[in-house]
Design a protein around this ligand. Sequence first.
Ligand code: BG6
Length: 370
Amino acid sequence: EKGGWSSFMAKEISEEPEAVGNTILGRTHDGLVHLEELAPIGDAALKDVDRIVIIACGTAAYAGMLGKYAIEQWARIPVDVELSHEFRYRDPILSDRTLVISISQSGETMDTLMAVKYAMASGAHVLSVCNTQGATIPRESHAVVYTHAGPEVAVASTKAFVAQVTALYLIGLHLAAVRGTLDEAAHRSAVDELASVPAKISEVLEVSQAEIGQLARWMTETQSVLFLGRHVGFPVALEGALKLKELAYIHAEGFAAGELKHGPIALIEPGQVVFVIVPSPRDPSSLHPKVVSNIQEIRARGARVIAIAEKGDAAVLPFADEVIPIPLAGSLFEPLLAVVPLHIFGMELAAAKGLDVDQPRNLAKSVTVE
Ligand code: BG6
């Protein structure tokens, strides 16, 4: 039931805080993550893993990309992210030291199911992240970590995405604990950061809804939108672009901001709308000034820049046409906040164009053919 919302998607975006909160619930003990669901694989095998391959399609694959940053940083295991439908067609190198993690909201996506079956047959350990109890993919896997986003009806995934990222972060922390790669204080502070995400998403929803609605109503004639992000902002850019394609039927592309000068900058002409996901100025890496200088470069060529930036980030103000503020968070946790305005934007632009937000043309919620 839509319960007063204009669409299932509007309702589901409003449920993003709970999707994260409920996915964390019961999975921490004394401030540390422990996933009982991983017992079928077992600590000895998890200690022995030398490589992780994440397989998924669409939005779930972008969640997987974020999982890569977190798992590599915390558990120090190399992670590859592969589209399910590419995975098994090139004789991938798997062993009993490989952990394959599948991600699927529905648990029925045929491309991902076939990849899971292939991984099982090859002797790898297979863990699935799924939002649907008892679905086929978790039944075909060694272990499952359910996301608790609640049923998702709108075809384009929103609350399941943030829940998937949350589950992957929990898996990263569990692996780090098993392998002793993260000191306890850092583990606790990551858990605190994650626990603070739901309230911060609520703040983003409150602050950005009206501004983005207005932005979308101005953009109903727009033909092309670009999204730029760097490090964990890159998968967010890809996700923002996918939502615009799926929902508003607008040609949209997400780029790694560092790649701009290697090609995409040629696309910038006066009036081109570019969303930029800006890293925190507090981040110890030097990415913030680099992304700000990307903004200056595209602005100088006439782009219309919409920056998603930490609130109080004064450096972007002179160069952005619009700034959508997000609360302060550690860099791995920013994507869970920055993605929210992009979900709203895709939905609002589709609605402003008079399109069916929940049932975009040509798409199905779960694709059960290969
Ligand atoms: C696509 C949907 O068909 O399948 C996407 O349009 C979704 O929104 C993708 O991300 C994967 O679906 P699932 O159920 O495997 O997560």
